[in-house]
Each structure stands twice: as C-alpha cells, then as structure tokens.
Design a protein around this ligand. Structure first.
Ligand SMILES: [Fe+2]
Length: 151
C-alpha cells in the first residue's frame, strides 16, 4: 500500500507566531483556516480554537491553536514525534535555510520555545547531508539532501 505524507499537525500556544514563522521560514502559504470543529476533533483536542493550514511544496502543516496550552515543552524523555524530515533538491539549500533560520531568530520578531540554534550541516558516509533545527514550538525538523534523489 503506497503512502505519502499529507500533513503534519502541530499544536501551538501562539498561532499567529507560528503562522508567520512557517510562512517566512518555509515560504509556506496559508491555504485555509477553520474555527468550527466536529465533536470528534473537540474530544481529541480539547480547547482547540483555530486551525490554520499552511502549505509548502510537498507538505502541509496544520497549526492548531489550543486554549489552555501550557506553552511548555514535553518532557525530553516523553513520547513525541522526535523529528520530521524534509528533503531539499540541492545541497546548497541546506546552508540557505540554516542561514535563514538564524536571520529570522535574530530579527526578534518571533518567539521560540527553545533557543537552540540549528546544528552544523552533517554529512554521513553515503553523502547524505542534514541539518536539524527547531520550529517556534520546539518541534524538531531535519532538512536533508540525498545525492541520488528520493530513497
Ligand atoms: Fe532523520
């Protein structure tokens, strides 16, 4: 059964901050938003107020505003998605995105749950290069370049 990623759901304590960061960092566009939810959604995500879908080529992210969000990171040893990896087509794009992350962070226009800077760009024995960085909610993304294309 072939599967491919459709969207990732991200809950945030500051929806506006996240929407601005995803649009500026990833060049995403706001596709649609919603402020009325099914009983199932309300039971799965108590306190949900708004959901904004931001769309970049290859992936959508659902940014979910939750009343009562603690604004806290989950315990480091707790269950969570550890990272989401997005693939770029040219290795130079990793450096561009890494620099862009730093530029947005240093602009002071966004709040971040974690202050860790992006990692260096690491290259493994197969020539696959990666950089790891955090979104404003402290969620980790890996950006990778695979020399021979998708694996
Ligand atoms: Fe990974």
């Amino acid at each position: 059964m072939p599967l491919r990623a459709h969207h990732v759901g991200v809950q945030t304590a500051d929806l506006d901050n996240s929407v601005r960061w995803y649009t500026e960092f990833f060049g995403a566009r706001v596709a649609w938003e919603l402020d009325r939810f099914s009983d199932l959604t309300l039971s799965r995500l108590p306190g949900i107020r708004r959901l904004v879908e931001v769309s970049m080529e290859g992936l959508c992210v659902h940014l979910i505003d939750r009343a009562g969000h603690t604004g806290q990171l989950p315990p480091a040893e707790g269950y969570q998605f550890q990272h989401v990896c997005l693939q770029v087509s040219e290795p130079e794009q990793l450096e561009v995105l890494r620099d862009h992350w730093i530029e947005l962070y240093e602009s002071g226009r966004f709040s971040f749950a974690r202050t860790d800077p992006p990692t260096d760009i690491v290259v493994d024995a197969d020539g696959v290069s990666s950089v790891y960085l955090f979104d404003p909610n402290g969620l980790e993304y890996e950006l990778t370049h695979v020399p021979d294309g998708p694996r």
